[in-house]
Design a protein around this ligand. Sequence first.
Ligand SMILES: [Zn+2]
Length: 223
Amino acid sequence: MCIKKWWKKIFVAICLLCLACAVVVPTMVVGNSSTSKVVIDAGHGGLDGGVSSKNGVKESDLVLVLARLVGERLEGAGVKVVYTRKNKGALVGGKFIKKRDMEKRLAIIKRANPSLVVSIHLNSYKDKSRRGMQVFFGVEQSKGAAEHLQEQLNNHFNEPDVGRRFSVLQGDKYILNESPCPALIVECGFLSNPIDEQNLLSDTYRNQLAEVLCSSILSFVGE
Ligand SMILES: [Zn+2]
């Protein structure tokens, strides 16, 4: 009788232990993998300078500065950041071939397996009065993130500076279409517009922009 009672107690204890493991272990696994990873993609580079202003300011140089500013802030907040490029050089050596450059970027994204890809670019347009920041997405899985970033850019820059809010646009771009996770292109202003150009050359403005992009990314990835 007594031995039977003990077995009962041991059985109950084992069951409770199993239950505790079932609850605690997955929590621990989620905890360990909860550090978000973001790919920050500075557009262009090397022979591909992207668009440029009439003063010769190149998109590839400015987006590299912005990418670093955003990336450093994200890292400071505990996010793992993977950069597609960290210097002025091209991603692929030799003659510039857009397709090879894009494939290399996609390979970096796939290897990193991030929660979000933010590709940073600058715009240019024949109508030099055109200003503002525009977010593009490719497929449905990216629309929510695009709308979130666009909303923040509208609140902090487009509405106060340009006097209008922008809606997200769907773009048929290789990286946006092929990325396994939500991916966005953020056009951070028009190099064809003298005010946008002047702003983008200012350290203060770039830091403000990086701050807004960083906090928008953080709220999307849940850090
Ligand atoms: Zn570009």
